[in-house]
Design a protein around this ligand. Structure first.
Ligand code: AMP
Ligand code: MN
Ligand code: MN
Ligand code: MN
Length: 272
């Protein structure tokens, strides 16, 4: 099975249109794909035809807040017409717009004017920090996206504002109420201590979370083994995804996802 359950289009911070992404998934001979844009399901209304061999699972990647930390929760197989998901998406959209204004204000305090307008022009869908990063590159404030995050937008920098997101438990509830499965995204990217990660997993499970990503993009086998162990310890379903955003990023290429370790319980057995 060739499965990719985490990727982005230009409806959030990816570069391909939903149609182009589906075409690429078909070229890569994927069996199951979920497009998981940040806080939006808009990609799904833009797709007109699904290739016959591809199973497309409706998905979303919600930003959430756990304690003082930003945590991403993927919702798989959600019903896009359910009241709770519509409510959740609307709330997150507003949060993104409010946050964008705050980011722009903080950047303006540093002397960078017109950031809200610039980032808005770059965003085809949900506005996010990558659009501000690209704007900072465009005006010559930094030489590349990575530097924009390192200096202004990354963790602990002026443009990192986390307080607006819904609580992790609330996001899990939206996903469950819409018939979906809540998955903790890329657990190794939070740079948490073991104790903290376990506390997060405990809270996530009590809230009704059912799975975690054992594989996210290219990762070393030791990390995969470790995440598989944690996944089984908490009785969770295992997911895998590239976190693809745009062609050319080798560490997160669409469909380039290693197989799950044999001891894992793959989430797609729920619907495949
Ligand atoms: P946001 O959803 O607006 O909070 O922005 C987070 C997104 O920014 C992530 O999903 C990544 O796509 C991107 N991102 C985060 N950190 C970096 C970084 N250091 N360099 C490039 N992109 C990043
Ligand atoms: Mn992203
Ligand atoms: Mn993420
Ligand atoms: Mn992602």
């Amino acid at each position: 099975m060739n499965v990719d359950l985490h990727c982005h289009t230009n409806m959030s911070d990816g570069s391909l249109t939903p149609e182009q992404l589906v075409e690429l998934a078909n070229e890569r001979a994927l069996d199951i794909l979920s497009i998981t844009d940040h806080d939006t399901l808009d990609a799904y209304s833009a797709i007109k035809a699904i290739p016959p061999k591809l199973q497309l699972i409706t998905g979303i990647e919600f930003s959430s807040q756990w304690r003082k930390q930003g945590v991403h929760i993927v919702g798989l197989n959600v019903d896009p017409l359910s009241e709770s998901i519509i409510f959740g998406v609307a709330q997150q959209k507003k949060a993104r717009l409010d946050r964008a204004e705050k980011i722009a204000e903080r950047l303006s305090n540093l002397g960078f004017e017109g950031c809200l307008e610039g980032a808005t022009l770059l965003a085809d869908g949900q506005i996010g920090r990558p659009h501000f990063a690209q704007h900072l590159v465009n005006i010559g404030a930094v030489s590349n996206i990575k530097q924009a995050f390192k200096k202004y937008l990354g963790a602990g920098k002026v443009g990192d504002i986390k307080e607006q997101w819904a609580k992790t438990a609330t996001v899990v509830e939206w996903i469950r109420e819409s018939g979906g499965i809540a998955i903790l995204a890329h657990p190794s990217k939070y740079k948490m201590t073991r104790t903290k990660l376990k506390a997060l997993l405990t809270d996530f499970c009590s809230a009704g979370g059912e799975g975690m990503e054992v594989i996210s993009g290219l990762q070393v086998p030791a990390v995969t083994r470790d995440l598989a162990t944690l996944c089984n310890q908490y009785g969770l379903l295992a997911s895998c995804g590239s976190d693809f955003h745009s062609p050319g990023m080798k560490w997160a290429a669409l469909g380039l996802v290693s197989s799950l370790p044999d001891n894992c319980n793959p989430v797609w057995h729920r619907w495949a």
